[in-house]
Unconditional design. Structure first.
Length: 308
């Protein structure tokens, strides 16, 4: 039978670890900004933003007149060039606010040899790329406890600068965003490993959605976290503290670990579903563009639903 012992955390050592992590993140951010912009440009290619019919001033397209519509919408000049009567449609211009939370807590720094990059770097690239796409589509983007919602074309640089400034002031970023209620027409995007206590995750999602805001949770996982390929005597370190767990035979824990991980994900997924939020699992051995395109489609789907 495997033996185990758990040591108590030491806050001073943990604080030093977090401070080092903030400095490392500040050093890597410029390259992550470039990655985010490149990924956003790749996904944007051939995608036409947030163009749909609605109330606005910008011309979108002509379409055939439908019986029962007001004749005031007819474009007589365009209709005179054809045998049909056409209506001039304008693009929907009611901008939405999207809040993007990128988990920067210590557990996100993990990376295995099977991954393309750490969970932290993947969350940041995905989050900043999503912000770039949304702003280009006419939306306002903000990040809880980081930046207010803006529709600035330099949103990626703004987010990166805000993270650097916050890292200088605060040693350890929170694992979850504040559970404050968002406006009914707002949307939230949560990007992280979501390995916090399920009750805390539920409290956060229910709080943010309490006024009807929609949301999208992307759980980011390193592929090794799903396989647990450990054997023999193994010592596990808790990156959120100085706790250590030493086990005599790690493989004896595999079945229980896999079952608990599946149960945890099912609970998070069920919490999202209870509020009409989407849930997706993204592994860091997959391309960032894959997750960004899927997230883009979910965001647009929610916006279209809210516009009707």
């Amino acid at each position: 039978m495997a033996d185990a012992r758990l040591l108590e955390p030491h806050e001073r050592a943990t604080g030093a670890l977090h401070s080092h992590g903030a400095l490392e993140l500040a050093r890597r951010l410029p390259s992550l900004v470039v990655q985010a912009k490149d990924v956003a440009a790749t996904v944007m290619h051939g995608v036409h933003g947030r163009r749909r019919a609605g109330v606005g001033e910008t011309f979108w397209q002509f379409r055939p007149f439908t019986w029962g519509e007001s004749t005031s919408r007819i474009d007589w000049r365009r209709s005179a060039r054809d045998d049909r009567v056409y209506v001039r449609e304008r693009e929907w211009e009611a901008a939405h606010t999207v809040w993007i939370w990128m988990d920067r807590s210590p557990s996100m720094a993990y990376v295995s040899t099977l991954a393309l990059q750490s969970k932290l770097d993947r969350a940041l690239v995905l989050g900043m790329a999503a912000a770039d796409l949304l702003v280009r589509g006419g939306e306002r983007v903000g990040s809880p406890n980081l930046t207010r919602p803006v529709a600035a074309r330099n949103i990626v640089d703004r987010l990166a600068e805000a993270m650097i400034q916050q890292g200088r002031r605060e040693a350890a970023p929170e694992e979850l965003p504040p559970a404050d209620a968002l406006a009914p027409r707002a949307q939230a995007v949560l990007l992280g490993d979501l390995l916090s206590d399920p009750a805390d995750i539920e409290r956060t999602i229910h709080g943010m959605a309490s006024r009807g805001a929609l949301g999208h949770v992307v759980m980011i996982a390193d592929p090794i976290e799903e396989t647990f390929p450990f054997h023999g005597h193994t010592e596990f370190l808790d990156v959120d503290s100085a706790s250590r767990l030493s086990v005599g035979e790690a493989s004896a824990f595999r079945a229980d670990y896999v079952a608990r991980l599946a149960a945890h994900r099912d609970r998070v997924r069920a919490t999202c579903a209870s509020r009409g939020w989407s849930f997706a699992l993204h592994r860091t051995d997959r391309p960032t563009s894959e997750a960004l395109l899927a997230l883009r489609m979910r965001l647009e789907g929610a916006q279209m639903g809210g516009a009707r």
